[in-house]
Each structure stands twice: as C-alpha cells, then as structure tokens.
Design a protein around this ligand. Structure first.
Ligand code: SF4
Length: 288
C-alpha cells in the first residue's frame, strides 16, 4: 500500500489525533457528502473567529433563565481498583473510610512512590481549595507549572479555569480542584493505566472526604477514570450523571479550550447547568 504522507507528517498527524483523543474528541467525520467531509465538534472551532475573548462575562452566551430539569442517568459506581505494583496499599479507597479527611489522606500519601511518575516529579500536586466544597473540579494531571508550584491548575489552562469559576460567581477558594494523578507525567503525556490505577483510589478518598454536591470532570481522563467507562466524553459531555450519590458533569478540559476557543460556548452551557444545580446566579454587572 503506497504511503499517503511523508513519515514526519504522518507522525505529526498521529500526535495531534492522540492529543484530541486524550481530550475525548474522537469523532471528526460523520458523513462524506458530495461537497466533501463533514466535521462535527471541531467544525465550529475551525470556522469561528479565534479571537473570542476568554470567559469574560460580556463575551459569554446569555444565561438560560430557567434551565430544564437536570437529566440523571445512572452510571456504574466505582471503578475496579487495581492494587499498586508493589507494597501494601495505603489507598483503601474502595469503600468509604469513616471520618476520612484531606489531611489524613495527604499524610497517608507521604512521599509516594507507588507508580513510576514519582521519578520525574518535583512536587506532588495533591489538590487545593475548600475541603467542604459543594463543587469539585477534577482534571487529568499536573503540568510543568503545577509540578513546580505543587498546586493544581496554575498554568495557562489553570488561569482559564479560574476565569470559568469566577464567571460562575465563585472564587477558587470556594471549590476544590484536583487531578486524577498527583505527579506530572513526562512530556505532559496522558497518564498510563497503571499510573491511574495506582493513584485514582486517592482521588476517590478525596471526593468521599469532601462529599461535594457536584463533581465536574475536566476532560476525558477524569471522566473515564471516575465513571470507569471507555465511552468517549463527547457521548456524555454536558449530561447529568450520578456517581456514588454525587451529581457529575463531564466537560472539556481548559487546555482544549485554549486550542479551540469556540468550544467555550459548550463549556459555558455545561457550567450554567452546574450553577442551576448549586443555586448560583450570574454575578450582576455593576453600573458605572
Ligand atoms: S502519581 Fe499518585 S500513585 Fe503515582 S507516585 Fe504520584 S502520588 Fe503516587
């Protein structure tokens, strides 16, 4: 079979497709009509102006006055937790631990070496925010800025997440933010299954301890880990799901929005549903 692209271009295309896959974007073509391929999902992103402002209130779509009642679809409960490759697990996270606290979980974690991600990390990025938050955001894993500071979502994507939170009328300290894995994967690659298996029980303990009303999964890795599903995030993004007594919404990762600003409109719709669930109003504009 003849090669369609030079190897270097093919590699670039594969890398880019892997990036989209990590973000849960799998369907690019649904129909090939007479005029050529038809795109879904990314069509709007490709055609819309790339100068859309970032989560400034004036730039956001108008809120829906009375959102429709949230649709709740049952999802299988807890992922099967796989024991770490070596040593006894401190993550007894399959069942809720009585009186567990974030402090105790952090102590149990210690200077964790339960997966190979510990080799390249500078700082464990445990999580940050209100230990009694009504709203928890879960991302994939730390990047370079997070690894340096030991705090989640402090880089470019983190600034966008902060703007998203503020657009909801909240502050970062009102919510809790964490990731599926607590150590930075090399080259910002997606965490591998053994790394997710080793670290995710810790995430489950964090969520159980906080007991939020709503969990927002940012991107495919968080959604697939918590829901224990192989379904692409595009199949359930923006839908209310239920997980261990919490309402759960999966939406796009802020890193995806940095590359695809038009997708912010979808995320804003999702966040408006979360606001309605939490009884939040849009902040009123001050008259000047
Ligand atoms: S990613 Fe999680 S399990 Fe792996 S070394 Fe870091 S804290 Fe431990």
């Amino acid at each position: 079979m003849p090669e369609r692209f030079p190897a270097s271009l093919q590699q670039k295309i594969e890398d880019r497709l892997r990036y989209y896959e990590d973000l849960g974007i799998r369907l690019f073509y649904t129909d090939r009509g007479p005029g050529g391929a038809s795109f879904t999902g990314l069509e709007a992103a490709a055609s819309a102006p790339s100068t859309a402002p970032v989560f400034e209130e004036s730039a956001l779509p108008k809120p829906v006055p009375k959102p429709a009642p949230a649709k709740v679809a049952p999802v299988a409960g807890h992922p099967p937790l796989v024991a770490p490759p070596s040593g006894p697990s401190l993550f007894e996270g399959t069942d809720k631990i009585k009186d567990d606290t974030l402090l105790k979980i952090r102590e149990d974690l210690g200077e964790c070496t339960r997966c190979k991600l510990h080799k390249g990390r500078n700082k464990i990025v445990f999580g940050d925010g209100n230990p009694k938050a009504q709203l928890v955001f879960v991302g994939e894993g730390p990047g370079a800025d997070e690894d340096a500071q030991g705090l989640p979502f402090v880089g470019r994507a983190g600034k966008l997440l902060t703007q998203m939170i503020e657009a909801m009328g909240l502050q970062r300290q009102d919510v809790y933010i964490c990731n599926v894995v607590k150590c930075r994967p090399p080259e910002n690659r997606a965490p591998e299954p053994d790394e997710v298996a080793a670290c995710s029980p810790l995430l489950m303990r964090q969520i159980d301890s906080i007991h939020p009303k709503v969990i927002v999964c940012l991107g495919a890795t968080a959604a697939k880990t918590i829901l224990n599903t192989t379904r692409g995030i595009s199949q359930f993004r923006g839908e209310w799901l239920e997980w261990r007594g919490h309402k759960l919404m999966a939406t796009y990762h802020p890193a995806y929005l940095l590359r695809n600003p038009p997708a912010k409109a979808d995320v804003w719709k999702d966040l408006q549903k979360v606001m309605a669930e939490l009884g939040l109003q849009l902040p009123k504009k001050s008259k000047s």
